[in-house]
Each structure stands twice: as C-alpha cells, then as structure tokens.
Write a protein that binds this ligand. Structure first.
Ligand SMILES: Cc1ncc(COP(=O)(O)O)c(C=O)c1O
Length: 306
C-alpha cells in the first residue's frame, strides 16, 4: 500500500492528499485515455536530492499527449517546476513521481473533444518495484500468452493509461503462475519488454536490446544504460531478439524507472547463465546506481536539483 504524503499537485494547486478528489464522470476513468509518467528522485551520496532525467520524462509526457491528441494546460517547464516544488512541499528527499494528464468530466462517450484536460502530480516513496531481493538476486519470469501492442492497434511509444490493461493481464498471468514478472512478445514472436520495463540480454559479451521500432516503450532507463554501456566500451546492438535467444542468453536484465536495473535469473523455468546475476548486469547496475544516487558526477544534465 502506498503511504500518503502531505500534498498532491492538482491543476496547478497544491492540495492536501485526501482533498485531491475527482468527479465520478472523469472521462479518463471510463475510457483509459490519459498520458502519464513515472520518475524517481534520489538522495545522492553528498546529501542533496536530484530528480533523474526530469526533462526527458516531461518531454515523453508531452509526446504521449501528442500521440493521443490532448493538449495539456501546462507547459513542460511548468510541470518540471511543479515536480520539484511537490517534493519540497512534502519534505521528502527520495520519491517516485507520477505526473498524469487526463480528460476531465463533461461529455461522455468516446468522442469528447471539448472535455477539460486536467493534470495531477503525485509523489510517494517506492522501494524495489519487483520486491525485496529482486535487485540483488534477480527475478523469475514467464513469457506471456498475451501479445504486446500491434502498431496498427495502439501506440506503444506512448505511456498511455489504457494500454496498461495489456501489462496487467500479462503480470497477473505471471504472478498467478508463481513468477515475479512477465515478458511479452510481439505478434510475430519477437521479444518486446516486461509488463513495465525494457529488457536486455548479454550473449558472448555483447549487450543486446530490442530496437525502438519494436513494440516497446522508449525507456529512459534503457537509453541511460545504452549510453553507460557504450561509455564503458561494451559492445551494444539494438536488434530483434527471439524467445530461444532469451533462453540461451548468458545474462538477462530489466531496466525501468521503477525496476531500475533488475537481473532476470530465470525465464520459463530455464536458468539464465549460472542462475545468478552475471558480471555485465552487475557492472551496469552498479554504474546506474552510482549515477542516480552515488558519487559519480558524470552526466549532470540528467539531474535536476530539488
Ligand atoms: C511498458 C514499459 N516499458 C518500459 C518502461 C521503462 O521506461 P523508463 O525507463 O522510461 O521508466 C516502462 C516504464 O515506464 C513501461 O511501463
């Protein structure tokens, strides 16, 4: 359960958490059309707090709004400022931030172009997304029977609320079968991503991940890891990956704002490599944490001070 903080940002105002109430005919609640983001703010080794890649997340929020043709009332800069001020208003030095741009109440039915476009930002404390021990030991996964979005059916590049029914179905299926997370394939059988994270494999020292034209969200953590890997001199390819390549990989890991860099130790009851997080995963995980909350000063452009 989420522990409530003091304040929520709603349509430009800071309101007490319990006062952030919405009309029952809020359009997005009924039809699943809203753009949202997930962002983390970390306390760094020096004691200061910084939001990681805030500008990139707010840009993706704007891109998602463009994809679903809704016009936010607030500029990207205003939303960035609101994220920082929300953390200050709540007096937290680490948090997960959830901006959401949604369609308010007025007309009902799927065509409601004149309903107000509203926005909220909520912050809360969120630990390891895939549970205790996931970051250290890795997770057990199952390839889902559910298929990732077909490009003619939805817009995988958007972080659109309604698209997450696909993720929820896959995640439930995996959890009910006793696994930690689902891996989704596309309609032709190629590996896409987890229910809420991108995926990488390591084979013979080469890091591989599906390309952005695959049915995946263009993950900001994915891009961070690609950058860090290239800077570390690791060979990297963005390529389609098959299910058997996944089984035969030396290492597999997930990336995402929520999961950070989480090793995958098993896929469909097959141990990945030795069944323990591998050296490349470990190296990139350490590197990632050093950048987001450690002492590594590189990439200051990725951090917004709170
Ligand atoms: C479906 C999906 N893929 C990938 C990701 C990872 O994206 P990011 O690294 O930007 O958090 C997320 C999380 O937002 C997601 O929901």
């Amino acid at each position: 359960m989420v522990d409530k903080l003091k304040k929520v940002w709603l349509d430009g105002e800071f309101v007490a958490w319990d006062d952030a109430k919405l009309p029952i005919l809020t359009h997005s609640l009924h039809y699943g059309l809203a753009a949202f983001e997930g962002i983390r703010a970390y306390k760094r080794a020096g004691g200061e707090t910084a939001v990681f890649r805030l500008r990139d997340h707010i840009q993706r929020l704007a891109d998602t709004c463009k994809l679903i043709a809704i016009q936010p009332r607030f500029t990207g800069r205003e939303l960035e400022t609101a994220c920082v001020e929300l953390l200050r208003a709540n007096g937290v030095d680490e948090a997960y931030l959830r901006p959401i741009v949604f369609v308010g109440d007025d007309a009902m039915g799927v065509y409601a172009p004149n309903n107000p476009i509203r926005a909220a930002i909520i912050a809360w404390k969120w630990g390891a997304y895939l549970g205790t021990g996931a970051l250290e030991k890795g997770v057990r996964t199952k390839v889902s029977a559910w298929v990732r979005h077909h490009p003619s059916i939805s817009l995988a590049k958007g972080k659109i609320t309604g698209q997450y029914t696909n993720s929820i179905l896959a995640k439930r299926e995996a959890k009910m079968a006793g696994y930690d997370e689902a891996i989704l394939l596309d309609h032709t059988g190629y590996v896409c991503e987890g229910s809420g994270e991108n995926i990488f494999i390591v084979k013979d020292g080469v890091l591989q991940t599906p390309p952005t034209h695959a049915s995946i969200l263009g993950g900001i953590t994915r891009e961070t890891i690609l950058t860090l890997a290239r800077e570390a001199g690791l060979p990297v390819v963005e390529t389609m990956i098959t299910r058997d390549q996944l089984y035969l990989a030396d290492e597999v890991f997930f990336t995402g704002t929520a999961v950070e860099v989480t090793p995958v130790r098993e896929v469909d009851d097959r141990a990945i490599g030795t069944g323990q997080p591998g050296p490349v995963t470990r190296q990139l995980q350490e590197h990632y944490f050093a950048i987001v909350k450690g002492k590594d000063p590189r990439h200051p452009e990725w951090r917004t001070a709170v």
